[in-house]
Design a protein around this ligand. Structure first.
Ligand code: SF4
Length: 492
C-alpha cells in the first residue's frame, strides 16, 4: 500500500488511518490480520463502545518529557487532566535513565470556557504563552490543541508564529485534538511532527558515534549495547533537551524501541534530515535480537563487533533462557497492550516456551512510515513462532477483554497499560505490568521477563483471594455473549 510522504510544511500530520490504513477493530488470528490488512482491510466500528484514548494525551506523553520545555493544553481544563500522569512518569522513571535531578514539569491549560467558545480563544492563548514564558523561562513551549479549540477554529498556528517571533524561542503548534483520529497513536505522530517541523535543524556535520533512540521512558540499556560499537545513545524524547532534539539530525542512525511509537519520527529523520533508520523490528526474542544487532553492525560498518557481541551474550544468557523454558513450558498467557509492544510481548512469551492463548491489541498499523515489512514485529513473530489465535484489535475496550479472559483463563495476563491488569486479577489470573519497555529486550531481557513471569505465576494467592471477593461490573448476560458481539460493520 502507498504511504504518504513526510511533509513538514503542513501544520498537522495526516492521521494514521489515512496515512497507514490503521484499524481499531478486528477479530481473527494474527496471520489473518497481517494478510488482510495489507490488502485493504477496512476498519470495523462498534455499535457499543466504552471510552477510548485521546491523541492529545499521546502527544503530551512525548512533549511533556522534554526536560527544558513547557506545555500548554489549549482547551477546557478537563482535557489536560491526563498530563499529570506524564509528570509522574517523568519523575519516577528518571533513575532508570540516570537523571539525578529531574526538572519540575511545566504543564498549563488555557482553561477555555463557554464564553471563549463563542468569542474565540486566540487572545487567551497568546496571553497564556506570554505568562508561561515569564514564569517558567522554558526553551520551548508546546501548544496541544483539543476538540474545543479545533471546533471553534482558533488559529493556533498564527498565534504560535507571532509568539515565537516575540519571545525568541520555538512555540510549537501540535494539532492533536481527540476527534481528528480514531487511532489515538496519531498523537505520537502529532508531537513528533511538531518537533521535526520546529526544533530539528539540518545537520552541521554527521556524527559517527551518536545513535538516536526513539523510545518511551525505558531504562538505559542502550549505552552498554552501543558501547560495543564505540557509540552512545541520544534518547528521544524522554529526558531530551531542546539542544539534543535540535541536533538529532546529526546522528549516524536512528533506532526505535517501539515502531508504533517511533514510526513517523524515524521516517522524518531519514527522509528530511538524512539520518538512516534501522529498518528491522526491535530486539525481542532470540532470532529478532540476532537480526537487530546485525542490522546495527551493518549500518555502523562494524559487522564483526555485532557478531562478537551476539556470541558473548549468547554464551552468557542462552543457558539461563533454556532453564526458564523448562519451568515455563506449557504455561499459557494472554497479552493486552498497544500494537508493537504487544507484538514484542508475544515474541518474549513464545521464546520462553509458553503457549499464547490470544491477544487484545489496541490498534493495528498494516505498515509503518518507512514502508518496510521487516520493521513489523508481528510479521517477524509469526514467521519465527507461528500464528497467534484469538488475536483481536480491541481499541482498549475493556468489556471485550474481561469477556475474553473469562473464557480463555490463561495462567498469566501480560498488560502494558495501567488499569488493564486489574481485570485479570479480579478473575484470579496472575497479571503482570512492566512499564519499562526495554525490560524484555535482548537475550538478557528474556531472562528478566521469564523470572518475573515465574514469580507472578508462583505467587497467585493474592489474586485467588481477590477473585473470591471482587465484584464484576459486567452482567451474566454480557459474559455469555461472544466478546466481539458489538464489533459490527465496515469490515469485509
Ligand atoms: S481533546 Fe477531545 S477527546 Fe481529548 S480529552 Fe479533550 S474533549 Fe476529550
Amino acid at each position: 500500500m502507498a504511504i504518504s510522504e513526510i511533509n513538514l510544511r503542513m501544520a498537522a500530520v495526516p492521521i494514521r488511518e489515512v496515512r497507514l490504513g490503521s484499524v481499531t477493530g478486528f477479530e481473527g488470528s494474527a496471520e489473518e490480520l497481517l494478510c488482510r490488512s495489507r490488502c485493504g482491510l477496512k476498519d470495523k466500528t462498534r455499535s457499543f463502545s466504552q471510552c477510548v484514548g485521546c491523541a492529545t494525551s499521546k502527544a503530551a506523553c512525548m512533549v511533556t518529557l522534554v526536560q527544558d520545555g513547557a506545555v500548554i493544553s489549549h482547551g477546557p481544563v478537563g482535557c489536560s487532566s491526563c498530563l499529570h500522569e506524564f509528570a509522574f512518569t517523568y519523575r519516577v522513571n528518571s533513575p532508570l535513565r540516570g537523571v539525578e535531578k529531574p526538572t519540575q514539569r511545566k504543564i498549563y491549560s488555557t482553561n477555555l470556557d463557554e464564553a471563549d467558545t463563542v468569542y474565540g480563544g486566540g487572545q487567551k492563548l497568546e496571553k497564556a504563552i506570554q505568562e508561561v514564558f515569564d514564569r517558567a523561562r522554558p526553551n520551548v513551549i508546546f501548544i496541544l490543541t483539543t476538540c474545543a479549540s479545533a471546533i471553534i477554529g482558533d488559529d493556533v498556528e498564527s498565534v504560535c508564529d507571532e509568539s515565537e517571533e516575540r519571545l525568541g524561542i520555538p512555540v510549537v503548534n501540535i494539532p492533536c485534538e481527540g476527534f481528528r483520529s480514531t487511532v489515538w497513536t496519531t498523537g505520537f505522530d502529532a508531537g513528533y511532527h511538531g518537533i521535526a517541523r520546529k526544533l530539528i535543524k539540518p545537520a552541521r556535520k554527521r556524527s559517527d558515534n551518536v545513535i538516536n533512540v526513539i523510545n518511551f521512558w525505558g531504562s538505559d540499556i542502550f549505552s552498554e549495547w552501543f558501547a560495543a560499537f564505540g557509540a552512545k545513545p541520544n534518547y528521544i524524547t524522554p529526558y531530551s533537551t531542546v539542544e539534543s532534539l535540535t541536533w538529532s539530525s546529526e546522528a549516524v542512525a536512528s533506532v526505535q524501541a517501539c515502531p508504533t511509537l517511533g514510526s513517523y519520527l524515524g521516517a522524518a529523520l531519514e527522509q528530511e534530515f538524512g539520518v538512516p533508520e534501522i529498518k528491522t523490528a526491535p530486539p525481542y526474542g532470540i532470532a529478532q535480537t540476532d537480526r537487530w544487532f546485525r542490522a546495527l553492525g551493518a549500518i555502523l560498518h562494524k559487522e564483526q563487533a555485532a557478531e562478537d557481541l551476539i556470541a558473548e551474550k549468547k554464551t552468557k544468557y542462552l543457558p539461563k533462557i533454556a532453564a526458564l523454558r523448562e519451568k515455563l513450558q506449557g504455561k499459557t498467557a494472554y497479552v493486552t497492550a498497544g500494537a508493537a509492544h504487544g507484538h514484542a510481548l508475544l515474541s518474549v512469551l513464545r521464546e520462553l516456551g509458553m503457549k499464547v492463548k490470544g491477544a487484545a491489541i489496541f490498534h493495528h498499523d498494516p505498515i509503518y512510515d518507512n514502508g518496510n515489512e521487516e520493521n513489523d514485529l508481528l510479521t517477524q513473530g509469526v514467521k519465527d513462532y507461528g500464528d497467534v489465535p484469538h488475536f483481536n484489535v480491541c481499541n482498549k475496550q475493556e468489556f471485550e477483554l474481561v469477556n475474553t479472559l473469562n473464557r480463555l483463563r490463561p495462567d498469566i495476563l501480560l498488560a502494558r497499560h495501567g488499569g488493564m491488569t486489574l481485570w485479570g486479577a479480579k478473575l484470579g489470573i496472575p497479571s503482570l505490568l512492566i512499564g519499562d519497555e526495554h525490560f524484555g529486550m535482548g537475550y538478557e531481557g528474556l531472562v528478566r521477563y521469564g523470572e518475573e513471569i515465574l514469580e507472578a505465576i508462583n505467587n497467585d494467592e493474592f489474586v485467588k483471594n481477590l477473585e473470591k471477593h471482587a465484584v464484576n461490573p459486567y452482567t451474566k448476560w454480557w459474559m455469555s455473549q461472544t466478546p466481539t458481539a458489538f464489533l459490527g460493520g465496515g469490515g469485509r
